[in-house]
Write a new protein. Structure first.
Lengths: 135, 135
């Protein structure tokens, strides 16, 4: 059996200069703060999955603004997953609330981020760097 | 069991204005022309896999020049695979030869491409468009 790498997606959602993170309620990185996201399923694109997972985990509809990058360091996730990360924005001023896989949802100052799981701190840094350079 | 999408990679190798394609010797798209590429394995990045697969299939060392895009239309491959595509160049003037998975290797004029498998015609078009706009 070939050991393939599964595609996941993560959403960097910025609002008023702060970034949305959720606290995970399951391993790996249980109780760490992470970006909303998850596995891309067979019938959807990575952008579709980013929108679906954000709805499932933090209860908001987002629009995908920009591809940030493909995060594929073999050491980023012991399960071997790769992430396609997108910068997203919340539609219609909805308020995020913790749903599946999350015990808390909070907005954080990108210069004062909590302990984060996977390589999500790097994804946030890359997202904000790309965003600022396009302004 | 979650139906995840596996990550693969494809290489667009341009030389003297022509693009390298191989004729596949196995399904899907058996006997169609495609880009060199294949599954990203657990211990490597997509760029690593692009270099390894090109060596295995057409016998040349390449350097990866540029990320072209993530090809994730659910209809692109009935097995559900997603491709990270890269523009590559051949190192040291090596001559491509068909090896694993290939019955033939040829260079094609991008304006006169043969019958191609997957969405590889689109990947070639995107690669050359990005390349030309950066000149």
């Amino acid at each position: 059996m070939l050991e393939v790498r599964a595609l996941t997606t993560d959403a960097v959602i910025e609002f008023d200069g702060e970034v949305l993170l959720l606290k995970r309620n399951h391993p790996p990185f249980e109780a760490s703060w992470v970006l909303p996201g998850g596995f891309v399923e067979q019938d959807e694109t990575a952008r579709d999955a980013c929108i679906r997972e954000t709805g499932e985990e933090v209860g908001v509809d987002v629009s995908v603004e920009e591809f940030i990058g493909l995060y594929d360091d073999p050491d980023r996730d012991k399960r071997g997953n790769v992430s396609a990360a997108y910068r997203c924005s919340i539609r219609n001023n909805q308020t995020p609330t913790p749903r599946e896989e999350a015990t808390q949802v909070e907005m954080f100052d990108p210069n004062n981020l909590p302990n984060m799981g996977f390589d999500h701190r790097q994804i946030v840094a890359d997202a904000l760097s790309a965003y600022r350079s396009s302004q």
